[in-house]
Design a protein around this ligand. Structure first.
Ligand code: ZN
Length: 283
């Protein structure tokens, strides 16, 4: 599933091509993409409007158009956005936006979990995100104190905590593993038990990992592609993720795969010591 760096990569590639262009028309080819809203409602809202800004919040991409109209897209598992100047349609096309320069933006999605939502007005947009997303990790709001406040008192394992979009927005399975390795924190550590210095390391590691992913233009281990169909290269730089049995770059210990938060999780149990389990009863 694309995470923050993959979405940011798409945003950077698309923004210069979209901003300032007018939408001639949107066609929703798969009503599931925008349900429960009828496709016609989205098509009417976008038609003829100029795109002012393409931006990102967590893993969402937002096309903000004139008159405070916003198209919010989420790629979910297998969604991709392609910018094309030819007329042919690729398979699994769910929605198509025709721009006034003759180019077309295509939302392609094999598994059909991707979504498009139109929100009218900044208040509706703010409300939509307020109920779904926590702190934006590449914003100035993501401080040690902010992360510490979110973690305080929680027994949840730190990996599950990082994957929860309502706490920290945009971090998924890959970047959580990589950030925890950098911070030398075991994925099963209860997040509320982390020391102040560990919280600081975790914050720094999340930022470093996300920026490394953006520098590599994302990771293409499954369906993620750039807007021109090219692949990202972050998968070639993974420190632990997807490296089961291979030596840790830091200490040589074989990387282990375990399950945390229901997800395949990669860890060096030398660099990231397991949390001590408190005994049930005294000896
Ligand atoms: Zn190690």
């Amino acid at each position: 599933m694309p995470e923050l760096p993959e979405i940011e990569t798409i945003r950077r590639q698309l923004a210069p091509a979209l901003e300032g262009r007018r939408v001639e028309r949107l066609e929703v080819l798969d009503a599931r993409w925008c349900e429960p809203a009828p496709p016609q409602a989205l098509e009417d809202a976008l038609r003829g409007r100029t795109i002012e800004r393409l931006w990102r919040r967590g893993k969402y991409l937002i096309v903000s158009l004139e008159d405070d109209v916003h198209l919010v897209m989420h790629l979910r598992m297998t969604g991709n956005l392609l910018l094309v100047d030819n007329a042919g349609d690729p398979p699994h096309l769910r929605a198509r936006i025709a721009l006034d320069d003759g180019r077309r933006l295509l939302f392609v999605d094999v598994r059909r979990f991707g979504t498009g939502v139109v929100l009218l007005g900044s208040d509706a947009l703010a409300e939509y995100f307020a109920s779904r997303l926590g702190v934006e990790p590449l914003s100035p709001d993501f401080t040690r104190d902010a992360l510490g406040a979110l973690a305080r008192g929680r027994k949840q394992p730190v990996k599950a905590f990082l994957l929860n979009q309502e706490r920290v927005a945009g971090v998924g399975n890959i970047y959580a593993d990589e950030a925890l390795f950098r911070a030398r924190i075991h994925p099963l550590c209860p997040v509320g038990k982390l020391k102040r210095a560990q919280i600081e390391d975790l914050r720094d590691s999340v930022i470093e990992t996300l920026n490394a992913g953006i520098d590599a233009k994302g990771a293409s281990i499954d369906d993620f592609r750039h807007v021109d169909g090219a692949r990202g290269s972050f998968q070639e730089r993974f420190l632990v993720h997807d490296r089961e049995g291979e030596p840790c770059f830091r200490c040589g210990t074989p990387i282990r795969k375990l399950r945390a938060a229901g997800r395949g999780t990669y860890v060096c149990e030398h660099c990231q010591p397991r949390p001590r389990v408190r005994r049930a009863a005294p000896r």
